[in-house]
Ligand binder design. Structure first.
Ligand SMILES: NC(=O)c1ccc[n+]([C@@H]2O[C@H](COP(=O)([O-])OP(=O)(O)OC[C@H]3O[C@@H](n4cnc5c(N)ncnc54)[C@H](OP(=O)(O)O)[C@@H]3O)[C@@H](O)[C@H]2O)c1
Length: 288
């Protein structure tokens, strides 16, 4: 089976590399072709356009910024015509409602569609330790689990299309909320003159602790948000998607709305491309 991979960004790069290292016959495409050099050296075929890749491959994996990019790549008039008999595995983080509509359009064009968003970031993608959540039919899951297992051994069928995207957004809502909550308490203890290590020792021994706090602590203390694994702009995208989907379900959206406001302030202060823990700079107004 010839596998195609479109979207060689922060996550796509190590994920495509995992496929190559596992012996998968891989064709890659990226809007900015300069990012393909390393993969070409490792044996990937390069498709000059998305159309060429869809034409040449049986299974097309997408790891793009958002649903607009997915639609642009997949559902142009030209590319729709090439989807007959092809399977699309959509791995970008998009909303469940967006995923269901794209699925319907791919199926109407004669293709198959499943979603497989991931939990984990660049280190987990590099090590093949992503958690892969699949939304699709059980037969599709059984067919494509071997390919997806190159990204991580924990590949799970969540339910039909939309369910895995919903679960992914629920998890990313926790990234935004937990990090905002931690940044708020950290700023508070600092301003009150409480020793940060004492705060952390008590927190670590309590039921309130989440490992992500220690992952981000040093960056926050150093006000170092460079070299992001997950940039602020992407967390903001996911929190906005969560808020919109939750609102359409009639849920209370006070919490995601507050986190979205914090992320907007972080972006307005120039942290869009930096690590999302830069939201600490918004909570702790004395920093950068
Ligand atoms: N980073 C993480 O830790 C992480 C973890 C889990 C899930 N995700 C999700 O995975 C997806 C990719 O994230 P990432 O961190 O790899 O982002 P990224 O580095 O910004 O990569 C985005 C990719 O999408 C391509 N792209 C964007 N708009 C396009 C368009 N209109 N047409 C064609 N190509 C387009 C970019 O091409 P160019 O190179 O030409 O810009 C790039 O290849 C996002 O949905 C993100 O939320 C990220």
């Amino acid at each position: 089976m010839q596998v195609g991979f479109i979207g060689i960004g922060l996550m796509g790069q190590p994920m495509a590399q995992r496929l190559l290292e596992s012996g998968v016959l891989l064709t890659v495409h990226n809007r900015t072709p300069g990012k393909l050099e390393g993969l070409k050296e490792k044996g990937a075929a390069i498709a000059p356009t998305p159309t060429a890749l869809i034409h040449d491959c049986d299974c097309i994996i997408l790891m793009l910024t958002n649903a607009a990019a997915v639609r642009e790549i997949l559902l142009s008039d030209t590319n729709r015509a090439y989807l007959i008999g092809k399977t699309v595995i959509q791995m970008s983080t998009i909303a469940p409602s967006e995923s269901r509509v794209i699925c319907d359009e791919v199926v109407a064009a004669g293709g198959e569609y499943l979603e497989a968003p991931v939990l984990g970031s660049i280190p987990e993608a590099t090590a093949g330790k992503l958690i892969v959540m699949v939304g699709g039919a059980i037969e599709q899951f059984e067919t494509y689990q071997p390919i997806l297992s190159h990204f991580g051994s924990n590949v799970r069928l969540i339910g039909g299309v939309g369910t895995a995207s919903a679960l992914k957004l629920a998890l990313n809502q926790l990234i935004g909320s937990l990090t905002s909550a931690f940044a708020t308490s950290l700023s508070f203890v600092q301003q009150e003159g409480v020793d940060v290590e004492q705060f952390m020792e008590i927190l670590r021994g309590s039921a309130l602790y989440a490992p992500t706090f220690d992952k981000k602590l040093q960056r926050m203390l150093d006000q170092n948000y460079t070299n992001p694994n997950f940039p602020t702009k992407h967390l903001a995208k996911d929190m906005k998607l969560f808020q919109a989907e939750a609102e359409s379900l009639g849920l209370n959206i006070h919490m995601p709305a507050a986190v979205n406001q914090i992320l907007l302030e972080a972006i307005n202060r120039g942290f869009a491309e930096e690590d999302y823990c830069a939201l600490f700079a918004v909570m702790n107004q004395t920093s950068k």
